[in-house]
Write a protein that binds this ligand. Sequence first.
Ligand SMILES: Cc1cc2nc3c(=O)[nH]c(=O)nc-3n(C[C@H](O)[C@H](O)[C@H](O)COP(=O)(O)O)c2cc1C
Length: 137
Amino acid sequence: MKIKVVYQSFSGHTKRIARTLASALKVEAQNFKKAPSEDSELLFLGGGLYAGSLDKKFANYLQNLSTKHQKVILFSSSASGQRPSKLIKEILINKGYSVDDQELFVKGRFLFLSITHPNKADLQSVKDFALNYVGQD
Ligand SMILES: Cc1cc2nc3c(=O)[nH]c(=O)nc-3n(C[C@H](O)[C@H](O)[C@H](O)COP(=O)(O)O)c2cc1C
């Protein structure tokens, strides 16, 4: 099965999540800025929340996504618990992509908010998510 993991990360939390996910799936995590444009069966796609929004360049990347993916699985991170995946999903659904109802959310930190995240237990939940997911088909 052709699996891709693509992420956006400003300060590294979503990158850690993406790398943990990718390692469990035995693929490489790719920053959206450098990700080659290619189709996949499963695309794990994730990003963070910044001032209540998606990173502008990442939102632009999503708007212009033109590759085929049988299914998209979202992962996301924020300090407050507000899920940026909702914003990613809106864009992708409008473009006609099939976005799975299952998604992964992991807390990240910002200033004094959620300073213990992402932690070991969070990263274990990322691994479990990946393995459960690919084990299901
Ligand atoms: C400039 C900036 C703005 C942020 N704004 C928010 C925000 O509005 N709400 C929130 O919950 N988290 C906010 N965060 C926290 C990130 O969403 C959080 O760290 C998440 O894990 C993504 O981080 P990453 O860029 O390290 O991947 C912000 C972080 C930064 C650096």
